[in-house]
Write a protein that binds this ligand. Structure first.
Ligand code: SF4
Length: 263
């Protein structure tokens, strides 16, 4: 029977580099960028390809199109390699033959990955069935399931605290995860739009209602700073007369820098 003492020792004993990993596939990298999340994921050898069946509900169709043969593992298989496939078989056998050792290693990796996510300010999630459909509620280590070892509340506490002003007081508030993600996405979108506007106003005079969602612009196709200032000022005066009605204003924030004034 194997005893887990440390990740380094487990690697030495088994010849494996890891059991699960954060952001180990293109899809997980996408998740990291889009939802600000690190995902620890575990890939076993699917169905009964290791001699142990980790997909009790698999069908001939799903086995045929299984994720296990896509991504890097798929590319390796096509090119005749079998390193990833063999490592997954070895991990699966380890899970069945040395479950305490295997799960202790998984728990140590999850703790490390979660600490890194907290340090980097990312959400953290765990996906143990990367290429398996094991019911982890029935897998116990020292009498506890993985869900008892890492209660869901643990994830919620990784959200940063926010403050809210009310009266003269400032309160600390807990943030709802969905709201936090939406805020992050909204900030990202805002930054993207600001970048676009800054680029646009280098060559354009832009008109619209401040904070509105529509605007029009006149593109001079050259940097405004490279145009004769007097002619540009005259053109601006005309455009202001034509456009600035019902709350519409010049939206360029670079007028002063160019030497233009709105009369
Ligand atoms: S990992 Fe999923 S898709 Fe692949 S064989 Fe198992 S159940 Fe089917």
């Amino acid at each position: 029977m194997m005893h887990f003492t440390s990740i380094a020792e487990a690697k030495r004993q088994t010849g494996l580099s890891y059991i699960g990993k954060v952001n180990s596939s293109a899809k997980m990298m996408h998740s990291q960028v889009e939802s600000h999340q690190y995902t620890y994921i575990l890939y076993l050898s699917p169905a009964n390809t290791s001699g142990y069946n980790v997909c009790s509900h698999s069908t001939p169709e799903c086995r045929l199109g299984c994720l296990a043969t896509s991504g890097r593992a798929g590319m390796e298989l096509v090119s005749g390699g079998d390193r990833i496939k063999n490592a997954r078989i070895k991990k699966t056998r380890l899970f069945y033959e040395e479950p305490e050792f295997f799960m202790s290693w998984v728990i140590a990796e999850i703790c490390l990955a979660r600490a890194k996510a907290q340090k980097d300010g990312f959400f953290f999630s765990v996906r143990l069935n990367g290429t398996s459909d094991i019911d982890w509620q029935n897998v116990k280590i020292n009498g506890q399931t993985i869900f008892e070892i890492f209660p869901v509340d643990d994830y919620i506490t990784t959200l940063p605290e926010q403050t809210s002003e009310f009266g003269n007081k400032t309160f600390k508030i807990k943030v709802n995860r969905d709201i936090f993600i939406n805020d992050l996405l909204a900030e990202k979108e805002k930054a993207k739009n600001q970048k676009k506007m800054v680029k646009l106003m280098q060559t354009c005079l832009i008109f619209g209602v401040p904070d509105g969602d529509r605007y029009s612009y006149y593109d001079f196709k050259r940097p405004l700073s490279a145009l004769p200032l007097d002619k540009l000022q005259t053109r601006l005066n005309v455009l202001v007369m034509e456009n600035c009605k019902k709350g519409v204003q010049v939206l360029n924030t670079n007028l002063k820098e160019i030497g233009l004034v709105v009369n």
